[in-house]
Write a protein that binds this ligand. Structure first.
Ligand code: KG4
Ligand code: ZN
Length: 338
C-alpha cells in the first residue's frame, strides 16, 4: 500500500511516499528557516503562505523520484496537530481535497506520534514495547509505548520544552534562529564547568522536567558582566551539559522503572550529539538499546507522518475525517488522548 505523508505543522513543509512493502520510496522537506530568520522566530502567517507555495511542487518531485503518479497513492496521512492552526489547515485541506479527488482515505495524524514512531523507519528498527523520549521545540515528554496508538505519558516539562530552552538560550547568546544547532556548535568550543548552571528537577524522583529556571540562570550570567566570545562558548557548553544530563538521566530512569530495554529518542533535540553520547554511554551500562531516527528524519518531515498513517492502517486503527468533507485541525492535542 502506497501512503502519502504531509507535514505542515510549523516551519517545514514535508512530503513523503511510504510503501508498506517497499519502505520509504521518496521524501522531500522544504525548510522556512531562512524566511523566519530575520524575525528571530516563526511568523505563523508567513509559514502558512509558504506551505501553500511548496506543497504541489514538493508532491510532484516526490512522485517523480518514486516513479509513481497520483493514481498510485492509496491513502494520505497528514499532520492534524499539534502546531500552528493556519499552517496545519494548509496541509489538512490539501490532503483532504486530494483524498476526495482520488477517492482514498485521508488520516489525521498526531505530529508527535510521527516523531515517536520515526526510529522505526531505520534499517534496524526498534521493537515494542519501549520508552520514548520526545524532545522537540514544543515538547519534552517521556512515554511508555506498548503498541501503535498506546502511548502512556510518564512525565513532561512543566514549562519550556528542551528545544525551546536551547532556542532561548541561543538567543541570549546572540546566536541565530533556530538556536539549537547553533548552540550545540558553539558548545564544541567551550569548557564545561567554567560556569555553574543548575540541573533542574534532576533528583525530583519523577519524570517531570523544568527548563525555564535553567534559561533564567543563563540570563543572569549574561547580565552579570560583558561576556567574551570564549565566555559565551563556555556558557553554551555548560547549558548543554545541564540540559542533556537531566534529559538523559530521566530517560534511563524511565527504562529502569518499567524494566524496558529499548529507548526510542525522537524530536529535533534528538539530533544533539552530546545528548546521544550521554544516552549511549549510560545505555551500555544499563544494557538498554537506544534507537534514533535517521539524522534527516530527526526534525520535521513527511516520512514520519506517512509511516504513522501506514502503521495505523495496518493496525486497523485508522480514523478518517467525516466523509461529508468536514475535517478539523487540533493546534493543541495531548498525545496520550489519541
Ligand atoms: O522536532 P522539531 O524539528 O520541531 C518541533 O516539532 O518542535 O524540533 C525543533 C527543535 C528546535 O528547538 C531546535 O532548536 C532543536 O529542535 N534542535 C536542536 C538540535 N537540532 C535541532 N537542539 C539541540 N541540538 C541540536 N543539534
Ligand atoms: Zn516536530
Amino acid at each position: 500500500m502506497l501512503v502519502l505523508g504531509i507535514e505542515s505543522s510549523c516551519d517545514e513543509t514535508g512530503i513523503a511516499l511510504y510503501d508498506t512493502e517497499r519502505g520509504l520510496l521518496a521524501h522531500a522537506v522544504h525548510t522556512q528557516v531562512a524566511m523566519h530568520e530575520a524575525y528571530g522566530g516563526v511568523v505563523p502567517e508567513l509559514a502558512s503562505r509558504d506551505h501553500i507555495r511548496r506543497l504541489i511542487p514538493l508532491l510532484e518531485n516526490v512522485l517523480a523520484e518514486a516513479g509513481a503518479t497520483h493514481k498510485d497513492i492509496e491513502a494520505i496521512g497528514y499532520t492534524a496537530g499539534p502546531g500552528l492552526a493556519g499552517a496545519l489547515l494548509v496541509g489538512a485541506s490539501f490532503a483532504e481535497a486530494l483524498a476526495l479527488a482520488l477517492d482514498i482515505p485521508a488520516l489525521p495524524i498526531h505530529h508527535l506520534e510521527g516523531h515517536l514512531l520515526s526510529p522505526l523507519l531505520s534499517k534496524d528498527p526498534a521493537t515494542f514495547p519501549f520508552i520514548a523520549l520526545l524532545v522537540s521545540g514544543g515538547h519534552t515528554q517521556l512515554m511508555c509505548v506498548t503498541q501503535v496508538g498506546a502511548y502512556e505519558l510518564m512525565g513532561e516539562s512543566l514549562d519550556d520544552a528542551a528545544g525551546e530552552a536551547f532556542d532561548k538560550t541561543a538567543q541570549l547568546l546572540g546566536l541565530g534562529y533556530p538556536g539549537g544547532p547553533a548552540l550545540a556548535k558553539l558548545a564544541e568550543q567551550g569548557t564545561p564547568g567554567k560556569f555553574k548552571l543548575p540541573r533542574p528537577m534532576l533528583n525530583s524522583g519523577d519524570f517531570m522536567f523544568s527548563f525555564s529556571g535553567l534559561k533564567t540562570a543563563v540570563l543572569t550570567a549574561v547580565r552579570e558582566r560583558t561576556l567574551t566570545e570564549q565566555d559565551k562558548a563556555d556558557l553554551a557548553t555548560e547549558f548543554q551539559e545541564a540540559a542533556t544530563e537531566v534529559v538523559a538521566t530521566k530517560a534511563l530512569a524511565a527504562c529502569r522503572q518499567r524494566r524496558l530495554s529499548t529507548l526510542v529518542v525522537a524530536g529535533g533535540v534528538g539530533a544533539n550529539q552530546r545528548l546521544r553520547q550521554r544516552l549511549d554511554l549510560a545505555a551500555v551500562k544499563q544494557r538498554v538499546r537506544v534507537c534514533y531516527p535517521e539524522m534527516a528524519l530527526c526534525t520535521d518531515n513527511g516520512a514520519m507522518i506517512a509511516f504513522a498513517a501506514a502503521q495505523r492502517l495496518l493496525a486497523d486503527k485508522a480514523e478518517t475525517a467525516n466523509r461529508n468533507g468536514a475535517f478539523a485541525v487540533k493546534p493543541r492535542w495531548p498525545l496520550a488522548t489519541i
